[in-house]
Ligand binder design. Structure first.
Ligand code: ZN
Length: 418
């Protein structure tokens, strides 16, 4: 791995309001939730190890408390929600906790109050209803600078059901220890934090048109690429297991990143997820009306955790293959020929135009009237003839030529067998 782990331990401060002595969970619950003691249970440590591609490790977090705050719950509301973090810090310091040893502070209240994260603030509050990783990963994510995820064309936040930063609109999964976990964090949000392992991101510069295989974007344990870039877009595979167990069918997702937010992209028909066969395309004025960014889901194989994608950028240069039957074309007599053209990557049929160049009986170049591919057409092709004045003889050079053109593809030479 190219990445190095940054230890960012949090101090978890368990706090009671002055008017309530409840303890909603035993201490072991909090240890399992937020320290290395609970790694493997799908706890918050696991989440950030996985979705930071190993860049962030909060496993060294520690649990402190219970402490009793000086205020009642009603008084805490009256102070404003941000104040409770400062009050919890004071209560911890008064009990001998050295907070300077910790990267962040998580305050857990003993009764329902409010659950929130402080954007870029290295702080979050989880009330007694807000401790599931489904919610807590999002609030702690705010502490690292993550914002709520968006969908292209929609003004409201929380529009990406495959992203934990869409909070209650996201597709969570059941968990025996913490009740609710997931879903994962999308690749654009990971990129925004510098968490994508660059060695696992497929990227090309300039124009390209290639077939690419992707793994689920959190599976660093599997070989191959985890994320692909097509121009400004991040392409990722999501499989309905692990943190994503609640998403339903396996899908490919496309995001862009803008203003520190991920934007879930839609197909031309408005669908924001891409099952096998689906195509994401965007055009712009530089592409002469052709799709500039193109991501087509050729196949998703859930069993092998792989998606096969055709990714292209400025695909006016898509490769074309063509062949003629019969091959070689007979010379000197009317012959019925048919020319087939296929996409150079997918072998899908392509409609195009065939141009053949022949010679007349005197050896002069002539062009055959163009005709469409897939259409049997009778042509007469003749060899090139050259008269040698010394020997007074005609010599045949069998070099009729041809090419096929198709909109959106590079021209291709048609091999006539000569
Ligand atoms: Zn939030």
């Amino acid at each position: 791995m190219a990445t190095t782990q940054a230890a960012t331990p949090w101090a978890v401060l368990l706090c009671k309001f002055a008017d309530n002595n409840d303890e909603p969970f035993p201490l072991i619950y909090y240890r399992n939730l937020f320290t290395s003691a609970g790694v493997g249970l799908s706890n918050v440590v696991d989440f950030f190890r996985v979705y930071s591609h190993g860049n962030i490790d909060i496993g060294g977090s520690q649990i402190f408390g219970w402490f009793t705050l000086p205020e009642t719950k009603a008084e805490a509301y009256a102070k404003g929600r941000g104040q409770i973090v400062d009050d919890a810090r004071l209560a911890a310091a008064a009990n001998g906790v050295d907070l300077s040893a910790f990267w962040g502070v998580l305050v857990c209240t003993n009764v329902p109050f409010e659950t929130f994260g402080v954007q870029n603030g290295r702080a979050a509050v989880a009330d007694s209803l807000g401790t599931a990783p489904r919610i807590l990963a999002q609030e702690v994510g705010h502490g690292y600078g993550l914002d709520h995820s968006m969908a292209d064309g929609v003004a409201a936040e929380y529009q990406d059901r495959w992203d934990v930063m869409s909070a209650l609109n996201a597709a969570w999964a059941g968990n025996p220890t913490f009740a609710q976990v997931g879903p994962g964090l999308n690749a654009a949000n990971m990129a925004a934090r510098g968490w994508l392992d660059p060695e696992r991101v497929w990227v090309r510069t300039g124009w390209f048109d290639e077939q690419v295989t992707l793994r689920p974007h959190h599976r660093r344990d599997l070989p191959g690429f985890l994320v692909a870039r097509v121009g400004p877009y991040y392409v990722e595979l999501r499989i309905n297991e692990d943190w994503d167990a609640g998403i339903g069918s396996p899908v490919v997702l496309v995001h862009r990143l803008d203003a520190n937010r991920s934007w879930l992209m839609a197909s031309a028909s408005g669908q924001r997820f891409f099952p096998p066969g689906a195509v994401f395309e965007r055009t712009d004025e530089l592409a002469n009306g052709m799709p500039k960014a193109h991501a087509e889901v050729v196949n998703i194989d859930r069993a092998s955790r792989q998606a096969t994608l055709r990714l292209s950028y400025q695909p006016t240069i898509r490769p074309l293959h063509a062949f003629v039957l019969p091959y070689p074309v007979k010379l000197g007599q009317p012959t019925k020929v048919v020319v087939k053209a296929t996409d150079g990557l997918t072998s899908a049929p392509v409609q195009g135009e065939v141009r053949l160049h022949s010679y007349d009986v005197n050896g002069q170049a002539v062009d055959v009237t163009p005709f469409p591919t897939d259409t049997p057409t009778i042509v007469t092709l003749r060899a090139k003839r050259i008269f040698d004045p010394e020997t007074k003889k005609w010599t045949d050079f069998e070099d009729p030529t041809g090419e096929v053109t198709a909109v959106g593809y590079s021209d291709t030479v048609l091999d006539l067998g000569y």
